[in-house]
Design a protein. Structure first.
Length: 55
């Protein structure tokens, strides 16, 4: 949300903001790609991925 607010406050049109927000690098699912079941979850919970978001 901070990203979107800073973009809009700097005068960029909303269409540009949404286009940038929809890129894969900003997608939430991207942080979980390649995470092993027994590794720590990338969300920061310190739980194993299989217990937290890998269920």
């Amino acid at each position: 949300m901070k990203f979107m607010a800073s973009e809009l406050n700097s005068g960029r049109p909303p269409s540009n903001v949404m286009a940038r927000a929809n890129r894969k690098s900003f997608s939430k699912g991207n942080i979980y790609a390649g995470t092993g079941r027994n590794q720590s979850c990338p969300c920061g919970s310190q739980k194993k991925y299989k217990i937290c978001h890998g269920a």
